[in-house]
Design a protein around this ligand. Structure first.
Ligand code: GDP
Ligand code: MG
Length: 762
């Protein structure tokens, strides 16, 4: 099977084309450089099957970024049978810069002139035939999004002759030095001698590693000038504008596109930030709110609310309630005085189904006459833990859907642009915000995506704060605890709490980066050059692929890591140190309780330590299990709560178990807020830690862990103390002021902090 590689600039539509060709489930997004991994698939639409490899998005083939090195080495070393160079026709000149370099390699190239639908809409014209004549390789107009021209592209691709000698587009003036270097490489019998020759003249560090090559370069530089690199870049652009602008015809009267009009508002100097905050709020309102709106102007007290009688007293078995009046139970999923948000409705529906399933399993266990420990393991441990986590899937997906829409439309790229404008002077660039925003999905790809940051220190600081952008796995913590706060303390806007927590996470991240960039992580903030892609209507298929990926990942995790963890928690909670099964009866003597009680005092400054009473250790335990996977925090809570409730007879009916447990720990709502913030900002899950360790420079990981511990402890303490006693705000502000003053004085050289000296070994 022949192999073709897709090469092109970031955002030129590579992934979209790749998906159209291979029907694969690769992620499609607007972040430049999102395709860091190598993705492969098979195109089966033509006579012959062709293997397709999606290379990372790149602007050139110089070895300045890892993406460039990956793409370059793939073409040079793996010898694909051809390159499909995808070119964004709305940005023709800039995209052709890469093309001029690809043409220097000994490989057949075909140009896929993408986004032709947008070009047509704008009224511009691009003549592919003229372009083809000038460049000398096939040019096929396509739209990856609308899937037009793709069949022709592939037909022409497979009919290209198998060999093509690289040739340069650079002007006569450079031909002598190039010929000299080319001769050197040709004698060494490497392939693509022209490409290597030009790169050598550019002073490319991959080419000049040998002494021989270095000497050759300095010889050439002595005769033809030092700064050949700049001359070469110049010549490429000259060539492009001289030849290819003829293929393009601007619309007679340039239409201010809808995108440009929208950007006048959405990236407005002043209004853009409030607009972003409002958009974010609507996203949370639609995902979490239990009172999206009241019907017919009813106030809460006038509206019909299903009572226990309406529902029909149900049976409770295996921790799930089954009501005899199914119709009303179903209605109650949508409405209880106020209409729920889509996220809440989907959650309720899923939980209704899960209740029936658990109930069924409970019946089975009863019929089988299982031993007490076995039914406890299945009901409280396995089912309790897994359903507690699975139950959040609808809200995770709803939130994720909104984020994907914001990303795919191109809005998130604007957010990076807006934030860049504000925070650049503090050493935080828009480029760094892009991986951070990706962190809302999952920290792992977000950390990997920081490879697009050129400054190592900026990259380190960014990786450290990515976990503060609350990922999907942390959402259950937020929702469940926020729900607990509402249930116990009679506040009824879950969405306001979750939204504030997300914002607080963002603020913590920004403040931390600013502090690091002013102290330990000083460095350049390279300019943020990014063309804002035109707004797109997100493709339905892509959105569904995103969601499906997320669902698969989540469900798999629930039945593996979380399953194993809940069984472990159940076990530690059901047995004492001398291995007697205590069931749910005397939970305070379990192994888990004794360990939890040991660490419980550590959390006193955060409000859920010693003051949380004799059952307060459940918080400590939940926070620790979250280190494995963040879903565990709530799975643990749920397992413990199920056992807990069995402990307290006569609990109010219909009140959720977790709420009962929270009430019995006597924590206050500020402590619960602190608990959420602690979990959001502390050491992330194992997988994220491993990724951070791999991506951070050597020796930085241990400091990063320390940073996470200190930050989460501080943020938790600040939340707890300020929300409990408002005047403590001034103490924290005073501490911050002293800290800032110290930093400023130190930077001015007025004070010297004692240097940390390492002991020398004799
Ligand atoms: P990559 O970074 O090169 O992988 O680019 P993507 O495939 O992620 O595409 C970037 C954006 O361009 C996405 O929002 C796509 O929906 C959009 N896009 C891709 N191809 C086309 C096209 O042919 N026409 C239009 N109008 N948009 C496209
Ligand atoms: Mg891509």
């Amino acid at each position: 099977m022949r192999t073709f590689a897709l090469a092109g600039n970031p955002n030129s539509g590579k992934t979209t084309l790749f998906n159209a060709l291979t029907g694969s489930t690769a992620h499609v997004g607007n972040w430049p450089g999102i395709t860091v991994d190598k993705r492969e698939g098979v195109y089966k639409g033509g006579k012959e099957h062709v293997e397709i490899v999606d290379l990372p998005g790149i602007y050139s083939l110089s070895p300045y970024t890892p993406e460039e090195v990956i793409a370059r080495n793939f073409i040079l070393d793996e010898h694909p049978d051809g390159i499909i160079n995808i070119v964004d026709a709305t940005n023709l000149e800039r995209n052709l810069y890469l093309t001029t370099q690809l043409l220097e390699m000994d490989v057949p190239v075909i140009i896929a002139l993408n986004m032709m639908d947008s070009v047509e809409k704008s009224g511009d014209k691009i003549d592919a035939k003229v372009l083809e004549q000038r460049i000398g390789v096939p040019v096929v107009p396509i739209s990856a999004l609308k899937e037009t021209g793709i069949k022709e592209l592939m037909e022409r691709a497979v009919s290209m002759p198998p060999m093509r000698n690289g040739r340069t587009v650079l002007a006569e003036a450079l031909s002598a030095p190039i010929a000299e270097a080319e001769k050197y490489f040709a004698e060494k019998e490497v392939s693509s001698p022209v490409f290597h020759a030009v790169k050598l003249l550019e002073g490319d560090e991959l080419e000049t590693s040998s002494r021989e090559a270095k000497n050759l370069l300095s010889g050439v530089q002595a005769r033809y000038g030092e700064d050949l690199e700049a001359t070469i870049a110049d010549e490429r652009y000259k060539y492009i504008s001289a030849n290819f602008s003829t293929a393009k015809q601007k619309a007679a009267k340039p239409v201010l596109s809808k995108s440009d009009k929208a950007d006048r508002v959405l990236t407005h100097k002043i209004w853009s930030i409030p607009i972003f905050i409002v958009i974010l709020f609507f996203v949370f309102h639609l995902t979490f709110s239990e009172n999206l709106f009241y019907l017919n102007g009813f106030t809460e007290s006038q509206a019909w609310m299903p009572t226990m009688e309406d529902l029909g007293y149900g049976e409770t078995l295996g921790g799930s309630e089954i009501y005899s009046n199914f119709g009303i139970a179903l209605a109650a999923c949508f409405y209880d005085g106020a209409v729920f948000s889509p996220g809440v409705i989907l959650t309720n529906l899923l939980n209704l189904v899960l209740n029936y399933i658990t109930y069924g399993i409970g019946l089975g266990i009863e019929a089988a006459g299982a031993a007490e420990w076995a039914s406890s393991l299945i009901n409280d441990g396995i089912i309790g833990g897994i359903t507690a986590v699975l139950g959040f899937l609808p809200q995770i997906l709803t939130l994720f859907l909104f984020f994907s829409i914001l990303e795919d439309t191109g809005y998130m790229a604007r957010v990076a642009f807006i934030l860049d404008r504000i925070f650049r002077r503090f050493g935080l660039s828009g480029r760094a915000f892009m991986p951070m925003i990706m962190g809302f999905g999952c920290s792992l790809p977000a950390m990997i995506n920081t490879r697009t940051l050129a400054d190592e220190k900026e990259r380190t600081a960014t990786i450290r704060v990515i976990p503060f952008f609350s990922c999907g796995a942390k959402l259950p913590i937020l929702t469940a605890i926020a729900g607990g706060i509402c249930g116990v303390f009679g506040f009824d806007n879950v969405d306001v709490i979750t939204y504030s927590m997300y914002l607080l996470g963002i603020i913590t991240a920004i403040v931390s980066v600013i502090i690091m960039r002013a102290t330990t992580m000083r460095g350049e903030t390279p300019p943020f050059i990014m063309e804002l892609p035109a707004y797109h209507v997100p493709g339905f298929r892509n959105l569904m692929l995103h969601l499906w990926d997320k669902t698969k990942h989540f469900v798999k995790k629930a039945f593996t890591i979380i399953f194993a963890s809940t069984v472990l928690i159940w076990f530690l909670q059901s047995f004492t140190w001398n291995w007697t099964f205590i069931g749910a009866d005397s939970m305070q003597t379990s192994i888990l309780a004794s360990v939890g009680q040991l660490i419980q005092p550590l959390f006193t400054p955060l409000g859920f330590g010693s003051q949380a009473g004799e059952y307060g250790w459940v918080f400590a335990v939940a926070a620790i299990t979250g280190l494995i996977a963040k879903e565990n925090v709530i799975a643990t809570f749920s397992v413990l709560a199920a056992m807990f409730v069995a402990n307290f007879e006569g609990t109010e009916e219909g009140v959720e178990e977790a709420i009962v447990m929270i009430q019995n720990t006597t924590v206050t709502w500020p402590a619960l807020i602190a608990f959420i913030m602690f979990n959001m900002t502390t050491i992330p899950c194992f997988a994220a830690c491993a990724t951070a360790k791999a991506e951070l420079p050597k020796g930085k990981f241990k400091w990063t862990v320390l940073f996470w511990i200190v930050t989460s402890y501080l943020v938790g303490s600040i939340c707890y103390t300020v929300l409990s006693w408002w005047w403590t705000l001034f103490i924290w502000l005073a501490v911050a002021a002293v800290f800032a003053a110290l930093v400023i004085l130190k930077n001015k050289g007025k004070i010297k902090l004692p240097a940390l000296r390492r002991k020398k070994r004799a």
